[in-house]
Each structure stands twice: as structure tokens, then as C-alpha cells.
Design a protein around this ligand. Structure first.
Ligand SMILES: [Fe+2]
Length: 440
């Protein structure tokens, strides 16, 4: 039984041990049906070979929990040369002499079982528990990556019978047009020291001044994006600004997984083609595609501070109240009715679904369904404190990445919250990212 799906208080060793099992089981379930060739896959600049990725997330757990926090010797002596993502260039991951599938699975089980044993030992320290949690959350980000890798490589949808079909979304919920007005004021951007867990890039909360703005109640839908494509959006350089270079070099003429069929569009959903679902958010878009749609529509992307205000603040008298919600709906732990997370729908749902997850301003779908590109470049907050895992944020600050907020349908409920910052390079189209817009 998996405990409370939010780290809302320091977790006990028993709860963390359950999370270690649960995270590892999700990983195993996401690759169990793939054959050995599928576990390697083609060399692509974005995805990882899955056989490497599942070894890497176990190595991460072993390195930070068993080796660094507990001082234990490595299980595989040359493991760093196989799975250290900070040291092994991307293309090299396909050329390594990796352990077999059977050996990799045995290593994964060994790391999991040793970690669980240490967590249940009554001498277990806060430091060990911190790194065990860090490793679980790291595995959670990789299970989302494994999911979009399966989409990228045209593999079938993952088999998760215990989850799929447990969505609380109303399948025909439809569109949710219109903007809401958010008053200006001072907002504390980032994580508080009292928060139960925060990554280095969320540290620490600092006041920012926000001018009043109007933001859409829902993300841009597939039909709204199709109108841009059908209006020649991809052939009008004036709409692309700094993204024109990407438009030319990519040769893009429509979203990555779309094709024209008759007089309509279809999108590829894993290994099959389906007609567009008009009221679901459009996803698998680069930052440049989102920005071009904004220009075409006379709109703009929110900054990440505006996004966080819209998701976590509450209206006061003509200004913002001095309140920050960990989730748009408040303090309540994340439940299926709040948001489309955890593979429950095995895809996005209509943007009007999940009214129980609305923010104080009436914005819907800010958590789950689709990550949302923001206009903000990923950079450190003024009082940034680097994590022990130094590659979490620091190497990526200088890359011009853009911040994404809110999580998607394959994000784990236990880690997504209003202060969480994701960050991808502007050309990525394989991730589960869409966008919502603000009035100019
Ligand atoms: Fe990783």
C-alpha cells in the first residue's frame, strides 16, 4: 500500500520504503513488454536507450543513498563508467558495453532491496532518508521520460492495468474558453524553508512584484492549434521571431506527431493514429511553436512568476493575499478528481475536466494534463543553493532553457506542486508540453 501521495510531512522509513518499491515497480511496468531491441532503440539526441536509463536510475539511488550517505562499496565496481549521466556523453550511451537485461534487472532489484533494508533499520538517519526521497523523485522524472520515449519511438502505449481507466475526468468535459483577471501585488516566488522538500532551483522564496494580468482559464487546445496550422502559421516567418531559425532548420510544417488525413488532422498516439481530440490540450510542441501561436493569436506566454501566482495565490482586496497554496486547490493531498496525473487517462483529457482542481482564480488544469511552457529562461533564484546532486540544475542555467510548470498526465502526483520548475531546451518536441496564454 502506497502512503499519502504528498511529502506533506517528513516521511517515515516505512513510507519511504513503500515509495522505493512503488517507484521501481512503475519503472519495471513501463518496460516489461518491450523486447531487447526495443530496450536499445535508435540513437536520437533527446531520448536515452531504455536499457541504459533503467540502469542509470538504479545507479543514482545506489550512488547517493548506499555509497555516499551510507559509505557502502559499489555493487558493480565500474558502475560510474556505465551510468553516470554527468560523465557519459549522450551518444556514448548506445556504445557502452552495458550489462545484459537480466543483469541490469538483478542490479536494480539488489539496489532496491538494500535501500529498503537500510530505510527500515532503526539506525537510519535523516540524511539517508533525504537521499532516498531524492532518488525516488529522480526515478519519477525518469518514468515520465520512459513514457514519452515510448511515444517518440512508436512503441505501444504502456501496460498499466492497475492505473489506466481510474481517471476521474469527465471524458466529454469540452473546452473552457476565456481569461481570468489576476490582480498585481507582491508574491513570494519559490520554496519556503518550511516546505517538506524542495529542489535547489526552487530555493529560496523571494518577493517579486507582479503587475495585474489576464490569463486563459485553460491551456491551448488541439483545435485552437489546428486553426493556426491551417492559417499557414508554419509558413509565415513574421510569426516566429527568434524561432525562425528553428523553423528553418527543423523543416516543421505541423506538430511533430500530426499528419493530414483527408480534410482533417490526425495525431499519432503511441503506435496508432487517431483523429484530433478538439478540446484536449495540444502537446509535444517546442517552445518556438508555442511562441509562434501566441504571436498569431495576439497573445503571449506567461512568465513563470505569473504562472505561479495564478496557480498558488489567492485574491485579496484589489491585490494578492499573502497566501501560497502548494496545489491550485489548496493544501489537500492530490487526488484523482483534482488533476490528470499518474497515467490514469493514458493521455490528455479535455481542458474543462477536473473542476475540483481549480486555482483560487478559477484556472483549470494547472497541475497535470500538460506541462506548460513559460516565457521565462531557466536561471537561478537570487538565493540558489546547489543540491548535493550538482547536475540537477547548475549545468543547465547557461543553456537558454525555458521553464515549464505544472506537470502532465504521466507525472507522479507525489512531487508536482505549484513551485516546481521543469526546464527543457527550446527545440524539444518529444516532452509532454503544451502552453497557456496571457492577454497582451
Ligand atoms: Fe537521471
Amino acid at each position: 500500500m502506497v502512503p499519502d501521495l504528498q511529502p506533506s510531512a517528513p516521511l517515515t522509513g516505512e513510507q519511504l520504503a513503500a515509495w522505493v518499491h512503488d517507484a521501481r515497480q512503475r519503472t519495471m511496468d513501463l518496460v516489461a513488454d518491450l523486447d531487447d531491441d526495443q530496450l536499445v532503440g535508435p540513437v536520437l539526441p533527446t531520448v536515452n536507450p531504455l536499457i541504459w536509463e533503467i540502469g542509470h536510475l538504479s545507479w543514482f539511488s545506489e550512488k547517493f543513498v548506499l555509497r555516499d550517505a551510507l559509505g557502502e562499496p559499489p555493487i558493480i565496481p565500474h558502475a560510474d563508467a556505465l551510468w553516470d549521466s554527468g560523465a557519459i556523453p549522450h551518444d556514448t550511451r548506445w556504445r557502452l558495453s552495458l550489462p545484459s537485461r537480466k543483469e541490469t534487472l538483478a542490479y536494480m532489484a539488489e539496489v532496491r532491496d538494500r535501500t529498503v533494508e537500510r530505510l527500515l533499520d532503526r539506525r537510519c538517519t535523516d540524511v539517508v532518508r533525504h537521499f532516498a526521497l531524492y532518488a525516488v523523485l529522480h526515478e519519477d522524472t525518469h518514468t515520465e521520460a520512459i513514457t514519452y520515449t515510448r511515444q517518440r519511438l512508436c512503441y505501444p502505449a504502456p501496460q498499466l492495468p492497475d492505473l489506466v481507466g481510474t481517471s476521474a475526468a469527465d471524458a466529454g468535459a469540452g473546452p473552457l474558453p476565456g481569461d481570468v483577471e489576476v490582480p498585481g501585488g507582491t508574491h513570494l516566488l519559490g520554496a519556503l524553508r518550511s516546505d517538506p522538500f524542495a529542489y535547489d532551483n526552487e530555493k529560496w522564496a523571494h518577493p517579486v512584484e507582479i503587475a495585474p494580468f489576464a490569463i486563459a482559464r485553460a491551456p491551448v487546445t488541439q483545435s485552437e492549434f489546428a486553426a493556426f496550422v491551417d492559417d499557414g502559421g508554419y509558413t509565415r516567418p513574421e510569426l516566429w521571431g527568434a524561432g525562425e531559425q528553428w523553423l528553418r532548420s527543423s523543416g516543421a510544417r505541423q506538430p511533430l506527431y500530426w499528419r493530414r488525413e483527408g480534410d482533417g488532422w490526425q495525431r499519432r498516439d503511441f503506435d496508432g493514429w487517431v483523429a484530433l481530440e478538439p478540446h484536449r490540450p495540444v502537446i509535444h510542441l517546442s517552445f518556438w511553436e508555442a511562441a509562434a501561436h501566441c504571436r498569431w493569436a495576439g497573445r503571449r506566454l506567461p512568465t513563470e512568476a505569473e504562472w505561479e501566482v495564478a496557480a498558488s495565490a489567492e485574491p485579496g482586496e484589489g491585490s494578492l493575499r499573502d497566501v501560497r497554496r502548494p496545489h491550485p486547490w489548496g493544501d489537500e493531498p492530490t487526488a484523482p478528481e483534482h488533476a490528470n496525473l499518474e497515467w490514469r487517462a493514458m493521455g490528455t483529457v479535455d481542458v474543462a475536466a477536473h473542476p475540483a482542481g481549480d486555482s483560487a482564480f478559477g484556472l483549470r488544469g494547472m497541475i497535470g494534463n500538460a506541462w506548460e511552457w513559460t516565457a521565462s529562461t531557466f536561471s537561478p533564484y537570487p538565493n540558489f543553493e546547489q543540491d548535493a546532486y550538482r547536475d540537477n540544475s547548475w549545468p543547465w542555467f547557461a543553456e537558454g532553457r525555458k521553464v515549464l510548470r505544472g506537470g502532465a498526465w504521466a507525472t507522479r502526483a507525489r512531487y508536482i506542486r505549484t513551485t516546481y520548475r521543469n526546464y527543457f531546451t527550446t527545440e524539444r518536441r518529444d516532452v509532454l508540453a503544451g502552453f497557456r496564454t496571457c492577454a497582451r
